[in-house]
Design a protein around this ligand. Structure first.
Ligand code: SAM
Length: 220
């Protein structure tokens, strides 16, 4: 706990003093790993990500759901890297007009479909297998969200450019990510090339923290 609090202090300081983060970052020249779908499948099978469904782990989802629905009531939402559907739990009370979740781990999609079987409705609420780096659909969405997965999806500029065609006029991108020194680099890169609509840090009493933000591509 003391270590986590020390890390939090460093990370919060790094939000507006990047040099602090760069100074204390371990393996600063290594890029974050992007495990393949088989690795995620195995972890889901072993129940490693069951913890993501715990209430204490989902405040960032709740905040993102609130930010998106304040902007657009009953939104059409595309979620990339949806896993077992933890973000869907947060957005369900707002009765989204459309929810499509995609993840490249078939195991996670099987688990989402089993866990949320009562909510599934083809064309209204769907969980599908798809690689978030290149997922293609003709549908339009009011929000396209990337909770806790953006670091696995390649260059954020290219990612947002890819999904721009699916964003309805005035639509938003939404991101949550674990507050960490390396993820802060991703946040800075995105911040440099988008207009941030809202941003916050969600802190928990047990020491966990996430960044949450909504944004639009500059000029969109
Ligand atoms: C830390 S989990 C987060 C799951 C969920 N978004 C949540 O907030 O609970 C990261 C998820 O990203 C997914 N993922 C990683 N790379 C992906 C890719 N290239 N395309 C789609 N999903 C991907 C993983 O399968 C995993 O479900």
């Amino acid at each position: 706990m003391a270590y986590l609090r020390w890390r939090r202090f460093l990370e919060l300081t790094s939000l507006d003093h990047p040099w602090v983060g760069e100074m204390f970052m371990r393996r600063r020249n290594e890029n974050p790993a992007a495990p393949d779908a088989e690795t995620w499948d195995k972890a889901y099978k072993e129940g490693v990500y069951q913890r993501l469904l715990r209430s204490e782990q989902r405040h960032h989802h709740r905040l993102l759901a609130g930010l998106v629905t304040e902007h657009c009531a009953r939104p059409r939402i595309l979620e990339i890297g949806c896993g077992e559907g933890a973000f869907y739990d947060a957005v369900r009370p707002f009765s989204p007009a459309r929810y499509l979740g995609a993840d490249f781990s078939p195991q996670s999609i099987d688990m989402a479909n089993a866990r949320l079987a009562g909510d599934l409705s083809p064309g209204k609420v769907d969980f599908v297998v798809g690689d978030g780096r290149a997922f293609v659909t003709d549908e339009q969405f009011d929000a396209i969200v990337f909770p806790e997965c953006i670091e696995y999806l390649g260059d954020p500029d290219e990612l947002f450019a890819h999904y721009a065609r699916n964003l309805a006029p005035g639509g938003l991108f939404g991101v949550t990510q674990w507050l960490g020194l390396k993820p802060l680099r991703t946040w800075r890169a995105i911040k440099a090339s988008t207009d941030i609509v809202d941003e916050a840090v969600v802190n928990t009493p047990w020491g966990g923290a996430w960044q949450v933000w909504t944004c639009r591509r500059r000029g969109a």
